[in-house]
Ligand binder design. Structure first.
Ligand code: SF4
Ligand code: F3S
Length: 112
């Protein structure tokens, strides 16, 4: 079992989830965070911290987000750890309640 960050986080990245994690299992991409399923200890502390409810326990994951299990596992291997809360992305409020954000997921920072 693990916890999974889903598409609501994309373009927001509030990062309130990071400070409460006792095992530093969050990894940061340009506009999304993921949880390393091999490190997560299922404490559930991060779930209520996210202001837009982007994090689910794997067993509670809505069907529409099922592919985010794999997305979290793969990107956690590629992206660096994030261990402290930081400012959200500048347009976070605008994007917080937008649907279908997965098409905006950026996998790598653009050069320049
Ligand atoms: Fe970290 Fe606990 Fe959330 Fe897993 S469930 S990501 S260990 S805070
Ligand atoms: Fe994303 Fe919510 Fe954490 S928006 S960065 S999962 S607090």
């Amino acid at each position: 079992m693990t916890f999974v960050v889903t598409e609501q986080c994309i373009r927001c990245k509030y990062t309130d989830c990071v400070d409460v994690c006792p095992v530093d299992c969050f990894h940061e991409g340009p506009n999304f965070l993921v949880i390393d399923p091999e490190v997560c200890i299922d404490c559930a502390l991060c779930v209520p911290e996210c202001p837009i409810d982007a994090i689910y326990e794997e067993s509670d994951l809505p069907e529409e987000y099922a592919d985010f299990i794999q997305i979290n596992a793969e990107l956690a291997k590629q992206w660096p750890e994030i261990t402290a809360t930081q400012d959200p992305l500048p347009d976070a409020e605008t994007w917080a309640d937008q649907p279908d954000k997965r098409r905006f997921l950026i996998l790598e920072a653009e050069d320049g």
